[in-house]
Design a protein around this ligand. Structure first.
Ligand SMILES: NC(=O)c1ccc[n+]([C@@H]2O[C@H](COP(=O)([O-])OP(=O)(O)OC[C@H]3O[C@@H](n4cnc5c(N)ncnc54)[C@H](O)[C@@H]3O)[C@@H](O)[C@H]2O)c1
Length: 450
């Protein structure tokens, strides 16, 4: 039985570990599987949880939970801090993080390279290494391949296989299906590496050939991921530019966008919003800044990088507009944030715009609580969600995330309160009722101020 080792057990690695452990043919499991975490307090906690049959991150997806729990009970899911596990691997999936250092304005390539060095020190001959991390274009081919080659030659190990295959998993309700049913994109450093990676993915995810797209090189796979996320970030920034204009001139942006959507070619134009969060869109377009370093190719990416700059300012823009409108009415108030994850139907709060809203109002001496039916504990505020029964007595209500479960939420707002919908959470009827009620003041993002 072949052995698979997964490096890094975050959102991506945990799902890979589970799917690899669950891969079967004719009722027989195909692989021995183990995950390796970093020797850090966070890594140790993940390992300890996995080995005591718990899911180490909060997952709000029944399908995933059932799949994981079944395999965990059968002792198919294991984790360790021991880097020597790579020495027994036939296949290593690299799911560790490559971060962007926002202070130094650079990609943390050195730290990522160290992750690969750990693998290169012990792997055996003919091991297949599949890089799933999002990386600056060129990294696998120009940095990781020579590094692996050099380190393996030093140990007298002649052959290895290497490919990049980026991940599209979305944390949240569709965690399981976003991993299971998505197309796999593969770019091997050579034909054999691509073929081997294809075979492995087919066996793990039961994929048909038309769900596997192969590229000629890992650089194409890396570039595909960066363009995909830069495209989305740029679209969001584009709407923010016009949102500001419409707000300043009291124009109904959402009605304008609905009108534009009537053209088939424009029907996916984005809505306005409170900000961009999550681990990927906030950093991936900035990975273009490392292209010079990796490929020696001198080019700038003003649209992609400016998109992140614009998106970064979005939350504070919106909050400043609100302050200008409501003046001292937002100072020293009791505020309820409704939804604090970075996007709907997930409990992932990494870089969530709710953090900036929280800070903004905290610095105006507000007393903040939050209600989120999915995020029970919010690390950022070090607090728990208030109970659904206790949503009444607030001065300001701020809707931030379109969770499904908020659709039918009914709140009896306090008389004289301010209601802000900053992410299209309320439907038109609810908005109309609020804006017509003289007991409340309101603001709905993208709408004309009545
Ligand atoms: N989260 C997503 O939705 C998503 C989607 C697509 C792609 N990606 C990309 O996939 C990669 C992983 O994302 P994630 O969300 O799982 O990140 P994460 O930060 O949640 O998890 C990464 C894990 O790797 C571990 N790690 C770091 N160095 C290690 C080492 N040397 N050995 C063992 N473990 C190590 C960390 O401790 C961490 O637990 C990133 O490159 C990310 O950009 C993420």
């Amino acid at each position: 039985m072949k052995k698979i080792v997964i490096q890094g057990l975050g959102y991506v690695g945990l799902a890979m570990l589970t799917f690899c452990a669950g891969a079967k043919r004719k009722d027989k499991y195909l692989y021995k599987v183990i995950g390796v975490e970093k020797n850090s307090p966070k890594g140790s906690k993940i390992v300890q949880k996995i080995n005591s049959n718990q899911i180490p991150i909060l997952v709000d997806d029944k399908n995933f939970k059932n799949f994981y729990n079944k395999l965990s009970k059968k002792k198919r899911i294991k984790a360790t801090l021991d880097k020597n596990e790579y020495s027994k691997a036939d296949i290593v999936f690299v799911c560790s993080n490559c971060d962007f250092n926002f202070n130094k304005k650079k990609v943390e390539l050195k730290s990522y390279i160290n992750n690969i060095i750990q693998i290169s020190k012990v792997i055996k001959k003919n091991c297949l290494i599949v890089i799933q991390s999002t990386l600056p274009p060129g990294t696998t081919e120009k940095v990781l391949k020579p590094l692996l080659k050099k380190n393996l030659i030093k140990r007298g190990v002649k052959n290895f296989f290497l490919s990049h295959s980026f991940e599209r998993i979305t944390p949240g309700r569709d965690y399981y299906s976003s991993m299971k049913n998505v197309e796999r994109v593969i770019g091997g450093v050579d034909k054999k590496s691509t073929e081997l990676t294809k075979k492995i993915f087919k066996s793990i995810f039961d994929l048909r050939s038309n769900k596997i797209i192969s590229f000629k090189s890992p650089t194409e796979s890396e570039t595909c991921k960066i363009i995909e996320n830069s495209y989305r970030a740029t679209n969001i920034a584009f709407i923010e530019e016009w949102r500001k204009f419409c707000f300043e001139n009291n124009l109904d942006l959402e009605k304008i966008l609905d009108t534009i959507r009537q053209r088939k070619t424009h029907n996916n134009i984005m809505r306005s919003g409170i900000g961009v969060g999550g681990y990927c869109l906030t950093k991936d377009p900035l990975f273009t800044s490392a292209i010079n370093q990796v490929l020696g190719y001198n080019s700038k990416f003003p649209l992609s990088t400016n998109a992140v700059v614009i998106n970064n300012k979005m939350t504070s823009n919106v909050m400043s507009e609100i302050e200008n409108r409501f003046k001292k009415k937002i100072y020293c108030k009791k505020v309820l944030l409704i939804g604090v994850s970075y996007k709907e139907d997930t409990n992932d709060t990494r870089f969530s715009p709710a953090e900036k809203v929280y800070n903004f109002l905290k610095s105006r001496d507000c007393k903040l609580s939050f209600y989120d039916p999915i995020v029970n504990y919010w690390e950022y505020s070090k607090g728990f969600s208030v109970d659904k029964k206790n949503l009444k007595n607030y001065d300001i209500y701020i809707y931030l995330v379109r969770h499904q479960s908020l659709k039918n939420l009914y709140i009896k707002y306090k008389k004289g309160s301010i209601i802000l919908d900053l992410n299209h959470v309320l439907n038109e009827k609810k908005k109309l009722n609020i804006s017509r009620n003289k007991n409340y003041k309101s603001y709905f993002i993208g709408s004309r101020i009545s």
